[in-house]
Design a binder for this molecule. Structure first.
Ligand code: ADP
Ligand code: TYD
Length: 207
């Protein structure tokens, strides 16, 4: 319904930064305005995604770092081919909870070079907009006290991941939004940048 090609928007941030909350609120608003939306997430629910989840549950099941990065890249390419591209061809707005920048930040924080991570993700479609929700790891950890933790959810690693995200912001790859505010204020900023993009594309919303 929105032209011949839809719009692909990704959401990034450390664990507990509010990505899924804001994707939910944004997609509700977009649908209310008549857009068709695909909400999706990485790792996906594919066989590869399940393998990844099993691997990152705890240190004892974890695969070697490079294998893990290749699995995330494989899951992503499968995601693009099976869900993202078909939805974009139908003119939908695709909102993805994590994409390539998660690999750069997380596997980069684990010690892999950014260059190699980009090489193995070379065939992943580029997003039209990548939003980064920034939040201090201490705050995120507090928000998620009751949630089951993956191997990534330890404070020093989350700090390193945040540093890489902030570098990507400085390099102009990610759009910074301060996520350490009440949900309403953060969501207002999210909507502002998304509606700006839709306007630029000539995909005006109903008032
Ligand atoms: P993510 O998807 O990035 O891991 P979530 O959206 O699941 O993050 O948010 C993690 C937790 O923090 C949830 O319990 C959510 O309700 C809460 N939360 C999200 N945004 C805010 C906010 N701005 N202020 C306080 N709590 C929040
Ligand atoms: P999952 O349990 O799906 O996340 P959530 O805690 O949001 O429910 O695990 C996703 C984890 O995988 C999350 O900590 C980020 C990490 N990750 C990477 O390390 N590299 C990637 O490329 C992606 C997409 C995610």
């Amino acid at each position: 319904m929105v032209g011949e090609r839809g719009v692909f928007i990704t959401f990034e941030g450390i664990d507990g930064s509010g990505k899924s909350t804001h994707i939910r609120l944004l997609s509700r608003e977009l649908r209310r305005r008549g857009y068709e939306v695909l909400r999706t997430t990485e790792p996906t629910n594919s066989r590869i995604g399940r393998l990844i989840r099993e691997s990152i549950q705890d240190a004892s099941t974890r695969m070697p770092l490079r294998v893990e990065a290749l699995l995330f890249a494989a899951d992503r390419l499968h995601h693009v081919k099976s869900l993202i591209e078909p939805a974009l061809r139908e003119g939908k707005i695709v909102l993805s909870d994590r994409y390539i920048h998660s690999s750069i930040a997380y596997q980069g924080a684990g010690g892999l070079s950014q260059g190699w991570i980009r090489v193995i993700n070379r065939y992943a479609l580029r997003a039209d907009l990548s939003i980064y929700l920034d939040i201090p790891p201490e705050v995120a950890m507090k928000r998620m006290e009751r949630r089951r933790k993956s191997v990534f959810e330890v404070l020093p690693l989350q700090q390193k991941i945040r540093e890489i995200y902030l570098k990507l912001v400085r390099e102009g790859e990610l759009l910074f939004i301060d996520g350490n505010r009440p949900v309403r204020a953060v969501q207002m900023d999210v909507r502002k940048v998304v509606f700006n993009l839709l306007k630029k594309r000539g995909l005006e919303a109903k008032p």
